[in-house]
Unconditional design. Structure first.
Length: 396
């Protein structure tokens, strides 16, 4: 069998996981094998999901309970951001529970709630400013399907968080860890023994490691390293710059077991961000030029808690220009606070509002319901990889 054909078959394996009870075209034999493999990992953790495995990132202030539930309802895995306030988190999880029974078309919401006692969504935490003692009881009460751990003040905190969450949920809540380098992935596996990893590349919007590669090299190198330390069975998801089906297909071809999208879901009807922010996402193109990484966004918001090895990617605006022109932070902060009074008109390249976005922003061209985004992504990704498979077969 040619190398090209083997590659195409591996791609096809990752795309043919079908919804229970649904009638579709007959998948390839290789895809049937892949379904069995996935069933032992991500599929068994989250039985409502479809292939390709698509996740909405936990974005603080933007990822509403309805957004998360609607992603899961459409066959993905939706996340809310846990924040730091236990009461607020409890309210979001209560809302999520209500939405799950109002909107889930599949029997899994009822199955999970009654038999496993978990909600069909995940919760993400920034560990450096989160109090585990206060938040763990909320997780214990609601048992989300998975908790996403990110940005510990010291890496040893990963062990404590993973251990306590597993203890308080009787291991019914899964653990994933977001990393941005090969070394960080290896250390996180040793400390937290995660059920899967999120590999965030440099193209991601919002916060990430200052020094990181794109997923093009990060994913395969982490996969190789996991194999070398005999942890190849840990699934990995690619994150950063993925905004449509082509990015998801590319992630699968790189060896990822699924993909995370953030910017694409910011431009959803369910996202709780200002209309000015959504408008700029639709208008902005050429994200490698129009977005940039810096710590300025945190300084403008007078948030100095982030560990020094993180910065954030956002759409470039007047604040960035003025900083590069030598403006002192104090004056930039003053102008930013003045701009807050302008509402939606303060967004964009000539404004000062912090508009987090990944480099894939140029692929985001409309604000749509989550259901529409998910259906289009899953359908088109399958088509891309099926076509690649057929082309490889015909050329072999």
């Amino acid at each position: 069998m040619s190398k090209t054909l083997r590659c195409a078959r591996r791609q096809a394996w990752a795309t043919q996981r079908l919804l229970p009870g649904k009638s579709h075209h007959q998948p390839h034999n290789a895809a049937l094998h892949a379904s069995k493999v996935q069933k032992n990992t991500l599929r068994s953790f989250f039985p409502w999901t479809r292939t390709p495995f698509v996740v909405s990132a936990p974005m603080l202030g933007a990822s509403t309970s309805r957004l998360a539930i609607n992603v899961s309802r459409a066959g993905g895995l939706g996340f809310i951001a846990g924040g730091t306030d236990p009461a607020s988190l409890n309210n979001m999880l209560e809302e999520s529970k209500q939405h799950s029974f109002e909107t889930f078309d599949y029997p899994y919401a009822d199955l999970l709630e009654k038999k496993r006692g978990v909600l069909p969504i995940g919760v993400g935490f920034q560990l450096f400013n989160s109090n585990l003692r206060l938040l763990a009881p909320v997780i214990a009460a609601h048992k989300p399907a998975v908790v996403w751990l990110f940005a510990p003040k010291v890496e040893e905190d990963l062990r404590e968080w993973a251990t306590q969450i597993r203890d308080v949920t009787a291991r019914s809540t899964r653990i994933c860890v977001q990393v941005g380098s090969v070394a960080e992935a290896e250390r996180s596996v040793a400390l937290a023994e995660p059920d899967f990893l999120i590999l965030q590349g440099a193209d991601a919007g919002g916060h990430g490691r200052r020094q990181s590669a794109s997923v093009i090299s990060l994913v395969p190198e982490v996969k190789d390293r996991l194999a070398a330390i005999k942890k190849a069975d840990i699934p990995v998801l690619a994150a950063g710059g993925i905004a449509d089906a082509r990015g998801v297909a590319a992630a699968l071809a790189l060896g990822a077991d699924g993909a995370v999208m953030g910017t694409r879901f910011l431009a959803s009807e369910e996202a709780a961000v200002p209309e000015g922010w959504k408008r700029e996402l639709i208008k902005t193109g050429d994200g490698g030029v129009t977005t940039m990484r810096s710590t300025l966004c945190d300084r403008l918001k007078e948030n100095r808690e982030w560990p020094t090895w993180y910065d954030g990617r956002a759409i470039r605006n007047k604040g960035h220009d003025d900083k590069e022109g030598g403006m002192a932070d104090e004056e930039n902060v003053r102008l930013y606070k003045e701009e807050l009074k302008r509402g939606d008109s303060a967004w964009g390249a000539q404004g000062r509002m912090v508009t987090y976005s990944g480099t894939g922003v140029g692929l985001v061209r409309s604000v749509e319901p989550v259901q529409s985004i998910m259906e289009k992504t899953l359908r088109e990704c399958r088509h891309i990889l099926d076509t690649s498979y057929q082309q490889a077969v015909e050329s072999s």
